[in-house]
Design a protein around this ligand. Structure first.
Ligand code: ANZ
Ligand code: ZN
Length: 875
């Protein structure tokens, strides 16, 4: 019944809490843009969503209570394959499916009491939204950053569409369907993200409030290498020079071969005459990317630009083929590089391995002779710290970094070397051969080539379909859509039928939230410049690369065309990034069969001596319990709606926050929610009890903490302030929202014990009760409203305004020990400055006390000392 009450309270205050709170007037109110990643409208909120929204909603309410203008929007990332697949299954328009799901999910967001700015709501599949996604595409096109190119692409045979490199995992599988991705040659649209690679890399350093692991992942993805392009002439003048990219020019002395990518022109030329090579290349398609097989090209040698030594040339699948830049070639140093070492072992087993760098031991290094030898003998020696060996002529004995510079200097002057910075990141492939996405606003004309759709014709709307009957791209079969007049010359032309990767939709949505109703532009320049960057962006770490990188790219691009201004000049969209940890489900496994067990295959024995024991029904054994990523196949999912139905929204919210720090994994255990429920009930009881302390108990709106506090009050006041401070800092500084909940509990206990002991005056208890009710609002808004309603019936106050943290105080009084001839005779409580009255006044005051008359009167004082809290007489 007590829990029922919590559920009823959630229901009672749902309307009010989801609407939020009135604007608080405070002198220092700035603005805060708090954003959580908008969801894909799948139809059901999962527990991971719930966690993000509880975090962002708590922060939202906290800052509103502090008087900030908070922007806390919500919308729908609504294009994408699930809608399309559902439409195929059910023969309905994906728009309808999407709309229904949005309605359902909005309801669930209401049930968890989330307070979003619904007047800013956006849906990426609305023509009013994708009109501007298309506008951005046109701007990219105008600036040479959107182009079409024949390319070897990743084809997902299950979803029948192209994937970006970013969407293929290390095992070569699609991020969505899990299918092994195939390679195909197709003409595709790309966005020129590589042009922004230097800034995308450099500005990571300025994102001080981003988790370092996310920055590292972005860095790796961008893959900046500072190195050199070296020219290896081919001994046969029939062939062009080879351009090799290396980050280690100082290893030139140990080069033993050159390896070419399979698409290198020289390899291609050899292929024409050598069936074995052709076969080798076809075979290597089946091998993993890092295979160390090679094929030595006969009758050809490469000339080392430094030593002029001639080395063999191999075709090698491990050399990643080039995109855009010079054809890929690598100089192989088996003695100093792991990959080259393995390659050499595979293709030239037993042959000598050259080295040109030795470990450097300075006199201070305490390495034993034996250890030294071991390090020297270890091949490959891959450290970049070392000195060049005695075989390196004038460079012998020189530190690697120094040798690198001087070698490059020498080769530069001969035109054999050039300093370059290379990036691993590739241009972003955005074409998708699917229906449910933003149409690419381009018309192909035989005379004019690809022609942009004029801005005034935007949006290029998706034709409405009843249902979809096949996978693949239905757009190309709709004649009315495809056949159009060329906007430039008027002759018959064909509309582009590819749609855009949905990551484009979400790469600019945070701008649109700021100006969602603008019909002429994606967003107003002034509004965006004023509110960007997002102050706190909360989302899953699974977006550490794709979404965040694309958003940073588009924000920088929009900055480059002056669509917004950034005083910092870096055009970064997200100032602080919070990646919340995964919610993991309790997983039961049969110890014998290793099978995952469903809940109904288990018996839960609640009152067993060892607590919450679980037994497998079929064999009576104890299952192996662990926490793992929730998945249907492990039967370990938790449904947030059920939790809210069973415990009410406040307990659910507080439980989520309390169970673990926001960045850590959360092991979902619903049974632990009872502690939270008890606390919430205590808050309500306490409120009732405090309000019934005396008849007509009320304090005025501007009641101040009195100055004449007794010891108990001082302690009460100080403890209270300490936790208020901690809570405020947790929201504002360290986002330690789990400790916020434990601090709430401590405040509640402080009030409860003060009430029990009766040493603190009632007004003070009421004042601090008000503070408690106010500060729990971010996490448990409807419980806060319920308690506030009780208080409101007796007095006027502002239930939302965040309390200032007051200074801690000291007691005005002090207890003094009165010592006679070395023994404590009695205690006297007086103003703490009592001793400052001076010897005579102190003695006189004491003499006039009843105890003073008993112990001190009519004796001759031989010695009198007063210090700290001791007043000592020697008679
Ligand atoms: C010689 C060398 C010696 C290299 C040595 C490394 C260590 P990062 O730093 O990851 O960017 N490389 C260059 N182009 C390549 C390609 N297309 N496919 C495969 N490998 C390629 O790697 C740069 C290094 O990767 C380059 O430096 C080159 O090998 C290799 F002791 O050159 B190095
Ligand atoms: Zn034309």
């Amino acid at each position: 019944p007590a829990v029922k009450k919590l559920i009823a309270i959630g229901e009672k205050w749902k309307q009010k809490t989801t609407r939020g709170l009135p604007k608080q007037d405070t002198p220092n109110s700035g603005s805060k843009y708090i954003l959580c990643q908008f969801p894909y409208p799948s139809g059901a909120l999962h527990i991971g969503h719930l966690r993000v929204y509880v975090i962002s909603d708590s922060l939202n309410r906290f800052y509103k209570q502090k008087g900030y203008n908070v922007i806390h929007p919500m919308g729908w990332d609504a294009f994408g394959l699930p809608a399309e697949n559902a439409a195929i299954e059910r023969s309905i328009n994906p728009a309808i499916w999407t709309r229904d799901n949005i309605a359902k999910m909005k309801q669930q967001m209401q049930s968890m009491l989330a307070n979003f700015d619904w007047d800013r709501e956006i849906t990426t599949c609305d023509p009013e939204y994708y009109k501007f996604t298309q506008w951005i595409f046109l701007k990219l096109f105008e600036n040479g950053l959107a182009y079409r190119k024949e390319a070897e692409i990743n084809w997902d045979p299950v979803d029948m569409t192209v994937l970006a490199n970013e969407q293929v995992d290390a095992q070569g599988r699609s991020w969505r369907s899990g299918a092994i991705v195939e390679k195909k040659q197709l003409k595709q649209w790309f966005l020129g993200i590589t042009k922004f690679a230097p800034k995308l890399k450099k500005h990571l350093n300025q994102l001080k409030d981003w988790p370092s692991n996310v920055k590292q992942m972005q860095k790796n993805w961008i893959g900046e290498s500072v190195g050199a392009e070296l020219v290896f002439k081919v001994a046969d003048p029939k062939f062009e020079n080879l351009i090799v990219f290396t980050t280690r020019p100082e290893t030139l002395f140990a080069v033993q071969y050159v390896a070419l990518a399979l698409d290198h022109p020289i390899v291609q030329k050899y292929c024409e005459e050598m069936p074995d090579l052709k076969e080798f290349i076809q075979k290597s398609d089946q091998l993993p990317n890092d295979t160390k097989e090679g094929f030595q090209l006969p009758n050809i040698k490469a000339v080392n630009p430094l030593t002029k030594e001639e080395v063999p040339i191999f075709a090698a699948p491990y050399v990643v083929s080039s995109y855009g830049s010079a054809p890929s070639a690598v100089m192989g140093c088996p003695g100093h590089d792991n990959r080259d070492f393995e390659f050499w072992q595979t293709n030239c087993p037993g042959e000598h391995i050259k080295t040109c760098i030795a470990p450097f031991f300075d006199d201070a290094s305490k390495v034993t002779e034996q250890e030294r030898q071991r390090i020297i003998d270890t091949v490959p020696f891959t450290s970049t710290d070392g000195v060049l060996t005695k075989e390196c002529g004038e460079h012998s004995g020189v530190l690697t970094a120094v040798a690198r510079k001087s070698i490059m200097g020498m080769l530069n002057s001969e035109g054999l070397s050039k300093s370059v910075v290379r990036y691993k990141i590739r241009d972003w492939l955005i074409s998708r051969q699917r229906y449910w996405g933003t149409p690419i606003p381009i018309i192909h004309c035989d005379n004019c080539g690809p022609v942009p759709v004029p801005e005034s014709d935007l949006p290029v709307k998706l034709p409405e379909l009843e249902g979809l009957d096949t996978k693949g791209n239905p757009l190309s079969t709709i004649d009315e859509f495809v056949n159009v007049a060329c906007p430039s010359c008027g002759s018959p032309a064909k509309r582009e039928t590819d749609t855009m990767d949905t990551f484009i939709d979400s790469s600019w949505y945070y701008f649109r939230f700021l100006d969602p109703k603008n019909t002429s532009k994606p967003f107003d320049r002034e509004i965006a410049s004023k509110n960007m960057p997002v102050d706190i962006y909360i989302g899953g770490v699974e977006h550490a690369i794709l979404h965040l990188l694309y958003s940073r790219f588009i924000a920088k691009f929009l900055g480059s065309i002056n669509a917004w201004s950034d005083p910092a000049g870096i055009f970064e969209p997200f100032k602080k990034l919070v990646t919340q940890g995964m919610v993991q489900g309790k997983t039961y496994v049969d110890p014998d069969s290793g099978k995952f067990l469903k809940p109904d295959e288990l018996t839960f024995v609640n009152d067993s001596p060892d607590g919450n024991t679980v037994i497998i029904k079929s064999n009576g054994k104890v299952p192996v319990v662990s926490y793992e990523k929730m998945s249907k196949s492990k039967y370990n999912g938790a449904d947030p709606n059920e939790c809210i139905l069973r415990h009410g929204p406040d307990a659910t919210r507080a439980h989520i926050l309390f169970q673990s720090p926001i960045a850590d994994a959360l092991n979902w255990d619903e049974s632990k929610i009872v502690g939270i429920e008890r606390w919430l009930q205590k808050v309500l009881h306490l409120t009732k009890n405090i309000l019934s302390l005396e008849k007509d108990l009320a304090i005025s709106k501007d009641y101040k903490t009195p100055t004449d506090l007794n010891d108990a009050e001082v302690k009460f006041h100080n403890d209270f302030q300490r936790f208020l401070k901690s809570i405020t800092e947790s929201f504002e500084v360290n986002l330690s929202l789990n400790t916020v909940i434990s601090d709430y509990m401590k405040l509640t206990n402080i009030l409860e014990s003060a009430l029990k002991k009766g040493e603190v005056r009632n007004e003070m208890i009421v004042q601090n009760l008000q503070k408690l009710v106010t500060v729990i609002y971010p996490a448990v808004p409807s419980i806060s409203e319920e308690a506030a309603e009780m208080i409101n019936s007796q007095m006027e106050w502002n239930q939302y305004r965040w309390p200032e943290v007051e200074r801690t105080t000291e007691s005005k009084f002090k207890k003094f020990q009165i010592v006679v001839n070395g023994r404590v005779k009695f205690m006297y409580t007086a103003d703490k400055n009592f001793l400052k009255l001076g010897r005579d006044a102190v003695i006189e005051t004491l003499m006039n006390l009843p105890e003073g008359r008993m112990y001190l009167m009519n004796k001759k004082i031989k010695k009198f000392v007063m210090k700290f809290n001791v007043i000592s007489f020697l008679f």
